[in-house]
Design a protein. Structure first.
Length: 65
């Protein structure tokens, strides 16, 4: 498994743990930053992956989303 697949699996793991009953997939901004730090990728890469998989970023620390 390559690094991107591993990161995507980690994103879905976080989403599924928190929102098993919701229709929309969401990842909080702080969770996105934690994953970026853990997998040593830029935060923009997390954003791109979320966009590709219709995952919304919520509770943005900068007020962007």
């Amino acid at each position: 498994m390559d690094k991107k697949e591993e990161l995507l699996n980690a994103i879905f793991k976080v989403i599924n743990k928190v929102q098993a009953s919701e229709d929309k997939k969401r990842l909080t901004c702080s969770e996105a930053f934690e994953l970026a730090n853990k997998y040593d990728v830029e935060i923009i890469e997390i954003g791109r992956m979320c966009n590709q998989h219709n995952i919304k970023i919520s509770k943005c620390q900068f007020g962007c989303f």
